[in-house]
Design a protein around this ligand. Structure first.
Ligand code: FAD
Ligand code: FES
Length: 272
């Protein structure tokens, strides 16, 4: 009998590393080692250092490669930032639940991101664009600390030209290169031009941003069941075994990472 170790990583090779902003890089792994659906995550291992969970930022429909957009914050991410194209990493997954795209069909999809939280949203956006006629309209509202902290700068103008896509950015602090909106991401949520009876909102970003954006979207008129939140918790097993990632009675690794506001609204401090 073959025993499959669920914690075993698949070795795979980094083929490209792109600096998106100071402190954020996109890592390409090719050939694509695992399949996933938008919203799911994987555990990436740096040999000899450890592993951490990340959500792919590439399209689930891209059969050639897998990309992760990662912010340097600690041990594993610093080790990742020291790697070069050609180096090996490990991967296990995918884990967690995907965005339920079938529920978004025919609707306006209102995506709100902050900082590196744009990573899973890029994967979602590319999945939506793959079948763009299935959706009524796609909005992106994205906030970064400063113009140089904006990720995917090379793609944003192209995405904005797509029919039925509407993109608005803001930065906390502008500079001489910036002509756009200034202020935290809620400044670009003063107008939400959707039909709340036929739209969904999807949010991913730092906890404080998630808290205020959720409040604003609920006040504006989104229902808790139509508000999808990418939750983050410290993780260990990624398999619903270790209890590290609980939000109330739910496990982020198994029931999430995408949870609706209706699922977590009774939790005292859901965004930590
Ligand atoms: C489901 C899921 C998906 C994720 N997807 C992504 C992704 O696509 N891109 C990405 O960059 N990150 C993502 N993260 C966060 C990522 O897992 C952590 O940043 C990573 O585990 C940090 O590991 P480390 O060893 O470098 O830091 P550690 O050494 O464990 O932590 C060092 C310090 O950084 C702090 N820290 C840890 N995580 C963060 C954070 N996210 N932001 C700020 N400070 C932090 C810790 O509190 C600690 O003080 C995701 C997390 C989850 C749960
Ligand atoms: S990470 Fe172990 S239960 Fe979720």
């Amino acid at each position: 009998m073959t025993i499959i170790n669920p914690y075993e990583s698949l070795p795979c090779r980094l083929t490209e590393i792109v600096e998106e902003s100071p402190g954020i890089k996109t890592f390409t792994i090719s050939p694509k080692p695992i399949n996933f659906e938008a919203g799911q995550f994987a555990e990436l291992t740096v040999p000899g250092v450890g592993e951490a969970p990340f959500t792919p930022s590439s399209s689930p429909f891209d059969n050639d490669k897998l990309e992760f957009t990662i912010m340097k914050v600690g041990r594993v991410t610093t080790a990742l930032f020291n790697l070069k194209p050609g180096d090996l990493v490990g991967i296990r997954g995918p884990y967690g639940k995907r965005y339920p795209l079938e529920k978004f069909r025919g609707k306006e999809v209102f995506i709100v991101g902050g900082g590196v939280g744009f990573a899973p949203l890029r994967s979602l956006f590319l999945a939506l664009v793959h079948n763009i006629n299935d959706y009524k309209k796609i909005y992106i509202r994205y906030g970064a600390r400063s113009p140089k902290d904006i990720v995917y700068k090379q793609f944003l103008p192209k995405w904005d030209k797509l029919e039925n896509v509407d993109i608005l950015l803001t930065v906390d602090v502008g500079d001489e290169t910036w002509n756009g909106r200034v202020g935290v991401v809620t400044v670009i949520l003063d107008e939400i031009p959707v039909d709340f009876n036929n739209s969904v909102a999807i949010v991913c970003g730092p906890p404080i941003m998630m808290k205020f954006v959720t409040k604003r979207l609920l006040e504006a008129g989104f229902s808790g069941a139509d508000l999808y939140l990418s939750m983050e918790r410290n993780m260990s097993c990624g398999l619903g075994q270790c209890n590290h990632c609980r939000v109330g009675e739910l496990y982020v690794c198994k029931d999430g990472p995408v949870l609706t506001w209706s699922q977590i609204k009774h939790v005292r401090e859901p965004f930590v």
